[in-house]
Design a protein around this ligand. Structure first.
Ligand SMILES: [Zn+2]
Ligand SMILES: [Zn+2]
Length: 256
């Protein structure tokens, strides 16, 4: 599988873009940074999975649909769990903050946007990918995803604090080749991590003790102002544990 990091970070800042991951040029997980990165290519995207309602994960949905609906062939399918879909309708695409695009038709006379509900542990098939949503451990209802194609798969943690399910799943399923995981903060911000429910580097290192086999780990969702610190601490964790761990940046491309 080809994975392209359109945005790697848990907030935006000079030269740092918010979380968005393009898989096989077909499906996007989270909408932190789509239009700036893909331009007109983004009009071909028909399916976006949203892990949760926080702004760094939904910010580009309004702009993507507003730019693309006059020329779009197919509706934009927004996949998320019910709480997230309800939040998008109530707080964002509510005819006040932004138009309700379910009421705006494409040239083909279908709605511009479809909201599609994801349920925990129910696999969906999109464009040749199988995707299994699982429950993450965050401050609002949040999903992580296992993405599968043929005999290979990877896990996207979603915004998360400690979550046994991730490590138990990896330990029992040899097909999982990589993990993309939220490590937002350096060690000195561990208390904030606990409250905001994101891993800090020390909580991440504790979590790694649960891992019983070697896989490639990619750190995502770092808060931009802590980037250098987190990168240094992750390098130390990588040498202490012997695990291959890489901190991702905007534009990185990974083959799984
Ligand atoms: Zn976030
Ligand atoms: Zn969040």
């Amino acid at each position: 599988m080809e994975v392209k990091i359109l945005g790697a970070f848990g907030s935006k800042f000079k030269g740092k873009k918010m979380l968005s991951i393009l898989i096989e040029n077909k499906v996007i997980i989270d909408a932190g940074n789509i239009v700036e990165s893909l331009g007109e290519e983004s009009f071909k995207i028909s399916d976006i999975l949203i892990s949760h309602l926080h702004l760094d994960h939904i910010a580009d949905i309004p702009f993507l649909i507003a730019e693309s609906f006059p020329v779009r062939e197919k509706p934009l399918n927004i996949w998320a769990q019910r709480e997230t879909l309800n939040g998008l309708k109530k707080y964002i695409m509510n005819q006040k903050v932004w138009p309700d695009f379910t009421k705006i038709k494409l040239r083909s006379n279908v709605s511009s946007i479809n909201y599609l509900e994801l349920k925990i542990n129910e696999v969906i098939n999109i464009n040749g990918l199988k995707i299994l949503p699982f429950r993450s451990n965050h401050t609002v209802p949040t999903l992580g995803f296992m993405v599968m194609k043929n005999d290979k798969s990877f896990i996207f943690s979603g915004d998360t604090y400690k979550n046994n399910e991730i490590w138990e799943t990896i330990n029992r399923d040899e097909k999982i080749k990589s993990l993309f995981i939220d490590v937002s903060y350096p060690k000195r911000m561990a208390e904030l991590g606990k409250v905001a429910k994101h891993l800090s580097t020390d909580a991440f290192e504790e979590e790694l003790k649960k891992l019983k086999r070697k896989i490639k780990i990619f750190v995502i969702h770092v808060k931009p102002v802590f980037f250098k610190e987190v990168k240094k601490e992750i390098k130390d964790i990588s040498s202490r544990t012997g695990l291959e761990i890489e901190v991702l940046e905007d534009g990185d491309e990974i083959k799984i």
